[in-house]
Design a protein around this ligand. Structure first.
Ligand SMILES: [Cu+2]
Length: 146
């Protein structure tokens, strides 16, 4: 009987252990302001995971979100969707102009500087993490466009 109780205690301990570890640190989040009529925008941020993790996707109230990488093919700039972004433990992964980014699609309205866009990031290990990213007019900051 004692053995059974010990076993049950162990099972309960395992079941009630936190499903997720410490959430990743997300900094430098911003969204590029859009010209009138644009239906897409890029969002950037830096993620430091506290354990090996993967960014699986994101959602936003501003529109649909995809994970993208910028590509250069025969001198032509393009981008492709990614299924996930690897986040090695304690290693900053930068989503920045010219590289990885979150792609906002099907925008209902232009994104105007001063607005703040809410995102929920979906991690394989850490689960969902909510962030807020200000809209920035980046033309002065980064001459190379998205
Ligand atoms: Cu893109």
């Amino acid at each position: 009987m004692k053995a059974l109780i010990a076993l049950l205690t162990l099972a309960v301990t395992v079941l009630t252990a936190p499903a997720y570890g410490q959430p990743p640190t997300v900094t430098e989040a911003w969204v590029r302001a859009t010209p009138p009529g644009a239906r897409t925008a890029a969002a950037y941020l830096t993620i430091v995971a506290t354990t090996d993790d993967r960014l699986l996707g994101a959602s936003s109230t501003a529109g649909a979100v995809e994970l993208h990488a910028q590509t250069v093919d025969n001198g032509l700039h393009g981008m492709r969707a990614l299924a996930e972004i690897a986040l090695p433990e304690d290693t900053p992964v930068r989503l920045e102009p010219g590289g990885l980014h979150l792609m906002l699609l099907d925008l209902a309205a232009p994104l105007v500087p001063g607005e703040v866009i809410a995102f929920t990031l979906r991690f394989a290990v850490a689960g969902n993490v909510a962030i807020a990213a200000p809209v920035v007019d980046a033309r002065a900051m980064t001459p190379a466009s998205h």
